[in-house]
Structure formats: C-alpha cells, structure tokens
Design a protein around this ligand. Structure first.
Ligand code: KG4
Ligand code: ZN
Length: 334
C-alpha cells in the first residue's frame, strides 16, 4: 500500500506546532514552538498574545517542519488541522495556514478534534488496540472515552467544571508557583505526606468529574491556616491534593474498564505527564491485567504529531473539510 504523509498543524492554545507524519504512526518531523515563557510572566495564557505569537511564528514553523522532514509539499497527501476546541484566536491562525496550503497545493483538508489528537498520540507508541478506554486529562479537558474501533469516539464522562490540569494550575497559583504549575505540584507531591484532609471530588456512580470543589478546599485551607497563624506545608498540601486527584481518576477509570469489559487503557493529554498518575495506573493495570499505554512525555502536551496521527485515520475514513471550515472554541468529540 502507498505510504500516506500528513502535514499537521496545531495552534489551539499556546504552542505553535507543525509535523509530518507517515501512515499515522511514524513521526518524520515535529516542530513545537512553545510560548510558555511569555505567558508565565502573566500567570496564565493570555489569548490575545497567544494568537499574535502564532501569527508571527506559523510560517517559520511550517518551513522548519517541512525542511526537517526532507519532503516537499508535492509529497504530502493531506493537510490535517486542529479546528477546535481551544482558544478561538489561536485556532484561527493554524486553520488559516492549513486552508492556504490546502488551496495552493490542492491537497485535501482534514479537520481534527484536539482531543482525538491527544488520544492518537498513543498511536505513535504502538497501534491502538480495540475496544479501549481513553482517559484524557489536560489543561482544558478531563474525559473518559470508549472506542470500539478507529475514529469512533463515545464520551462516557467528562468534567462538570474545571479540567484537572486547570485545577493543578490554580492550586499551584495559590501556593505561589509559576504557570504552568502542574508539573511543579507533581514534583512537590513526591516530597510530602498526605496530611491534609481534602475531599474526594464527585465520588459518585457516574463517569463525570468535578475538580472545582477540591480546588476551593485548597484555597479555604490556605486562608484558614493563615488566619490561625500556621505555616502551610506546601509539600504535604501537594501530596494531599495529588492523592485525591489520582484516587478519583483511577477509581472511575478502573470502574469503566470493568463495566465496559475492556482490557486496553490509554491515557492522554498534558496531565498524563504526571508521575503520580502514571505510577498509580501502572500499578493498577498490572494488578488487573490491563494493557496500558501512555505517550512519551513530548507527545503528552500539545503537539502537531498527535494531530497528524489522528489526521491519518480521519483521512482514511474520508473526513474532509472545505475552505469554509471554521474554528470552534467548544465542540463535542465525535
Ligand atoms: O494537553 P496540554 O498541553 O494542553 C491542553 O490541551 O490543555 O495540557 C497542559 C496542562 C497544564 O494544565 C499543565 O499544568 C498540565 O497539563 N501538566 C501537568 C503536568 N505536566 C503538565 N499537570 C500535572 N502534573 C504534571 N506533571
Ligand atoms: Zn491539549
């Protein structure tokens, strides 16, 4: 069968990224230009600055990804692009670039949902095995997805308020850690002890999550300790917070695997870089005979390689977009 080369573009948040992917599984090139240092100064992503930086960088990143791949535009079979969900202004830049390439070089335009991209980051490790459950944990999403075959997504649960990465970043801010605080809370969590009595969030029978209550409990705890004149032990706080997060994520995911009678679990999204989450899932999956895949760290956070991997399967089932494809800040995965 002829090899299929996808040029993929991702610009949904604060990373400008372009990749060339062969057959949905091999990374030929993947260039990621992160704006993190700029946004860290403001304590979070500033949408206006993010889209302006995407404009400045997108053509340079496309050039570099293509040069590194050793291919020419003529060798590319299709252009895959994240159309949503994400920051509208940021999405529009990648989308406009993809449409322009598609128009000029007469290549099919393949729309990719950002979460499908995170899920397919796992296909860069090993081919997905079905049926599977995907736990997507990122700065914007916390979702449990059932997949019976390629590119068939059934969302069985999602967050009702804050995403898990968002909760990590907000808790980090409360204890004066720089954005993005998730990785820093993770590091601290491995140095402390679980001494603070924080609630297990939305511990019910559904597959939905809620992290705003846990976040508020951390904020209240800080205020109460300050009023009492007590020092907050931030290592112990990080451990207590992370343990509650890991507990609820593992509890609901393991329940879904059992109820859907599934033996394959993949974890995806920026928060899958979390060591506490990785370690606990590794332990539970060995114990319960579940095949677990987690992407390499570089493919956990936003990147275009994952969009190219998902884009290949979308391309194969005939997903195409016209030049009137619009960016969507919010969009259901289906
Ligand atoms: O997937 P991603 O790059 O962007 C979105 O699509 O949202 O995820 C970024 C999120 C941030 O909230 C960041 O703090 C979090 O992932 N994150 C972590 C860790 N590494 C990244 N959260 C907890 N522990 C980590 N090690
Ligand atoms: Zn993401």
């Amino acid at each position: 069968m002829k090899d299929v080369y996808i040029l993929a573009i991702e610009s949904s948040c604060d990373e400008t990224s372009v990749a060339v992917i062969k057959n949905g599984c091999k990374v030929i090139s993947n260039v990621v230009l992160s704006q993190m240092d700029t946004h860290a100064f403001y304590g979070g992503v500033v949408p206006e600055i993010a889209s302006r930086m995407h404009i400045e960088n997108i053509t340079v990143v496309i050039d570099e990804a293509l040069t590194k791949s050793g291919l020419k535009m003529e060798d590319i079979d299709a252009i895959a692009v994240t159309y949503g969900p994400g920051l509208l202004g940021s999405l529009l830049i990648g989308l406009q670039a993809a449409k322009t390439l598609s128009y000029i070089y007469n290549k099919p335009l393949v729309p990719v949902h950002h979460i499908a991209g995170h899920i397919y980051a796992n296909n860069l490790e090993a081919p997905l095995v079905f049926p599977l459950i995907a736990l997507v944990v990122s700065g914007g999403h916390t979702e449990l997805v059932y997949m019976k075959e390629d590119y068939n997504f059934e969302v069985i649960g999602s967050t009702l308020d804050d995403a898990v990465g968002e909760a990590y970043d907000k808790v980090a801010r409360v204890i004066n850690l720089e954005y993005p605080g998730g990785p820093k809370v993770d590091q601290l969590a491995h140095k402390g002890m679980d001494t603070y009595n924080l609630p297990l969030p939305l511990d019910d029978d559904t597959y939905n999550f809620s992290f705003s209550g846990l976040k508020s409990a951390v904020i209240n705890l800080k205020h109460n300790e300050e009023q009492r004149g007590n020092d907050l032990n931030i290592e112990n706080l990080a451990t207590s917070f992370q343990n509650r997060v890991v507990e609820i994520l593992t509890k609901k995911t393991m329940k879904a695997l059992k109820e859907y009678n599934v033996k394959n679990l993949i974890i995806a999204g920026g928060v899958s870089a979390n060591k506490g989450i990785r370690d606990k899932f590794n332990e539970l999956c060995i114990k319960n005979n579940i095949n677990l895949t987690i992407p390499k760290l570089e493919y956990c956070t936003d990147n275009a390689a994952m969009i190219g991997a998902a884009g290949y399967y979308a391309y194969k089932i005939g997903k195409r977009a016209d030049l009137d494809l619009n960016a969507k800040a919010v969009d259901k995965l289906n």
